[in-house]
Design a protein around this ligand. Structure first.
Ligand code: GRF
Length: 208
């Protein structure tokens, strides 16, 4: 029998990506993934309610309650350990971990970014691409390394920017792509279909 990977999903906001992970993976008995913890850096994150609705343990770790970033990272690490977390899934989590934390979970932290990295990293990937006037943007799923949105790329999908596009229409089309790409990439990861060799990530199609 396949090992079920215990994951934590780290969130700061609405949690629409968390929701697709819950629906497509956690709720699918065929998918070897259990969301064992949802951790937020603020109490107002709507994602917490999504987790509570399906009885998943939640934890709030707020930077303002910690004197240093080391303390904050240590508190997050303790919560992950308490829940025996093997895979850390960032889904709209607006904090950067210190290098020590990232190294500890190397190859076991993933993030989704709403642009085609390495273009438009940072907190406003959709808007930055739109304002730059690119004709194609998209979504990237990547391993987290010590930089900001710089880790090895697992999956990408392009989204063309249409002539009559508005920022709002682009945001909603990007989110729709995120909601299929992230569960697909995480499924590949927990099914053991992802191999990483330096910056090169190879993803085997299902059923091979
Ligand atoms: C997504 O656009 C994701 O790419 C970015 O933050 C947003 C989170 O949205 N990192 P949600 O909280 O999953 O709805």
């Amino acid at each position: 029998m396949q090992h079920t990977v215990k994951a934590a999903v780290l969130v700061s906001g609405s949690g629409s990506n968390l929701q697709t992970i819950l629906d497509e993976l956690h709720a699918d008995p065929e998918a070897p993934l259990e969301v064992a913890l949802v951790l937020a850096d603020r109490r107002s994150a709507h994602a917490l309610a999504r987790a509570e609705a399906v009885n998943i343990p939640t934890r709030v770790v707020r930077p303002r309650d910690h004197a240093t970033r080391e303390d904050f990272d240590a508190e997050v690490a303790r919560a992950l350990e308490e829940h025996a977390v093997e895979l850390v899934i960032l889904a709209g989590f607006m904090r950067i971990f210190r290098p020590e934390f990232v190294r500890r979970y190397a190859g076991r932290i993933v993030n989704i970014h709403p642009a085609l990295l390495p273009s438009f990293p940072g907190a406003h990937g959709i808007r930055d691409a739109f304002e730059h006037g690119v004709k194609v943007t998209g979504v990237t799923v990547h391993f987290v390394d010590e930089g900001m949105d710089t880790g090895p790329i697992i999956a990408q999908r392009a989204v063309a920017i249409e002539p009559d596009e508005t920022l709002e229409s682009l945001e909603s089309r990007i989110h729709a792509v995120e909601h299929t790409l992230y569960p697909e990439a995480i499924r590949a990861l927990v099914e053991g279909r992802v191999t990483i060799d330096g910056r090169a990530v190879h993803v085997c199609p299902p059923g091979r």
